[in-house]
Design a protein around this ligand. Structure first.
Ligand code: BG6
Length: 478
């Protein structure tokens, strides 16, 4: 079997987000964030997008899985110990903005929240693991959503600036790798988690969405500049969801449609964050959708000055597109749409499994930008079964990961500069899209279920031992 050469110092590890693992949603003076009002279950987004949704907690009506999540807040030592046992070089996590600024608009930071992350970073370093920190991962303060209308409001930029400067100063000796907004482009499909507002009518979506995006780009540029000033030896990246868009066939109309979708979804945000300016194709898009961006003097310069050092991205699946598609052809489950690809099989949640698509993504991104890339999410959400003897034989997960790591190895041979690979959900946690615990990604099983029951006990799956070997051999043994 072919062996792959991953660079020395390659950042092998796993990825998480505060709202999906921590729990302790009202502990340590933490304020509520958007994830705290999201009910569990596949109907999560339907509830959220229903006209009466009020961004309040209704304990009598719904179960809120993010409130306790997997209780990383209290169990981080045990979990980090397990990551260390697998040999993790890096651990991707996020800081919950509401632990630091409970409402988002305070002048002073919450010391208890700051101390929590001090303890987590110290524990990681004690175990030889490099923290890779996402500044905002679908956990905007709820107060900013309700009182300010989310990122539509320019004032939010200054609150974010206060937050990022606070964490850069506080953790400058502990964190050298940062990312600004998780999957920033995902708000094009689902603005609520990233931009902090819901769109109920399709026709109302354009102006507020793209204005909110502009504010996020400005905020990201401010964060990049501040990071470079406060922590000169740091690297800060953007983070995008990358699903390469394939044309369903060679019909030029479909090819052009796929190209346009790719420009908008895969490149629009990255172009602004990596190149420091809006891409040419957005001019026509803005015109056709009556979008007029309000920009302040100095915004353009700021975007130029705040370009990122690397691109972090998630890769789960590709997307196949056709200009005119019937309901029957539509791919199921994933939010990004498209039609079913006859060459691919899908996961139990309808996400089409396409390892070659990762190699394609890495090549496309590197061809376009020529800056280091970092796969900061990739993995298989699957149902796991605990056998009578307590073992969990997740060979399907090992197969998925093996094929994707091979694809990354091929891309490195193609010449792509890849910094690392942190698979998603190295420990089971709450799913972002469905709020389920049963959609498991981890090497570590957590005894927690969709109805909220479970002991939270951690167990090593078969993939735990497999990944340990992968890391120990720097990817030679897959
Ligand atoms: C990404 C997100 O979209 O995919 C994560 O950055 C998320 O927060 C992951 O958990 C997997 O998606 P899901 O919906 O299966 O949890």
């Amino acid at each position: 079997m072919k062996t792959y050469q991953f660079p020395e110092g390659f950042l092998w590890g796993g990825a998480t987000a505060a709202n999906q693992i921590e729990g302790g949603y009202d502990v340590g003076n933490k304020g509520l964030n958007i994830a705290d009002v999201l009910p569990g279950g596949k109907e999560r987004y339907d509830i959220l997008l229903s006209p009466g949704f009020d961004f309040e907690i209704h304990q009598d009506q719904y179960y809120y899985p993010n409130h306790e999540a997997i209780d990383f807040y209290h169990r981080y030592k045990e979990d980090i110990g397990l990551f260390a046992e697998m040999g993790f070089k890096a651990f991707r996590m996020s800081i919950a903005w509401t632990r630091i600024f409970p409402n988002g608009d305070e002048l002073d930071a919450n010391e208890e929240g700051l101390e929590f992350y001090d303890r987590v970073f110290d524990e990681l370093h004690k175990n030889g693991i490099e923290p890779v920190v996402t500044i905002s991962h679908y956990e905007m303060p709820l107060h900013l959503v309700k009182e300010y209308g989310g990122w539509r409001n320019r004032e939010v930029v200054s609150f974010f600036e206060r937050y990022v400067k606070t964490i850069f100063h506080r953790y400058k000796n502990k964190v050298k790798l940062w990312m600004t907004f998780n999957e920033i482009n995902s708000s094009l499909f689902m603005p609520i988690q990233g931009l902090g507002f819901a769109i109920q009518q399709e026709e109302d979506k354009y102006q507020p969405t793209f204005q909110a995006y502009h504010h996020q780009f400005v905020a990201s540029a401010i964060a990049v500049k501040a990071c470079h000033e406060i922590i000169p030896e740091s690297k800060i990246g953007c983070m995008i969801l990358f699903a390469p868009v394939y044309s369903f066939d060679s019909n030029p109309e479909n090819v052009m449609y796929a190209l346009k979708e790719e420009q908008l979804f895969n490149y629009y945000c990255a172009d602004v964050q990596v190149r420091g300016e809006y891409p040419a194709f957005m001019k026509r898009y803005f015109k056709e959708h009556d979008i007029e961006l309000e920009m302040l003097d100095g915004d353009k310069k700021l975007l130029q000055e705040g370009i990122v050092d690397y691109i972090g991205f998630s890769y789960y699946m590709s997307r196949t597109e056709k200009k005119v598609k019937s309901v029957e052809e539509a791919s199921e489950g994933n939010l990004i749409g498209g039609v079913r690809n006859p060459f691919l099989h899908a996961s139990d949640w309808g996400w089409e499994i396409d390892p070659e698509g990762l190699r394609i993504s890495l090549n496309k991104l590197y061809d376009r930008y020529q800056i280091p890339l970092f796969v900061v999410e990739n993995g298989l959400g699957a149902y796991d079964k605990v056998e009578e003897d307590g073992s969990i034989n997740d060979d399907y997960r090992i197969d998925y990961l093996r094929e994707h790591i091979k694809a990354a190895g091929e891309a490195i041979e193609d010449g792509v500069e890849l910094m690392g690979y942190t698979s998603w959900g190295c420990i089971d946690m709450v799913s972002a899209s469905t709020g389920e615990f049963s959609k498991r990604y981890g090497y570590i099983y957590v005894d927690k279920h969709d109805d909220g029951s479970g002991t939270l006990e951690r167990k090593k799956k078969k993939s735990f031992f497999w990944y340990k070997d992968v890391i120990a051999t720097n990817g030679r043994k897959l």
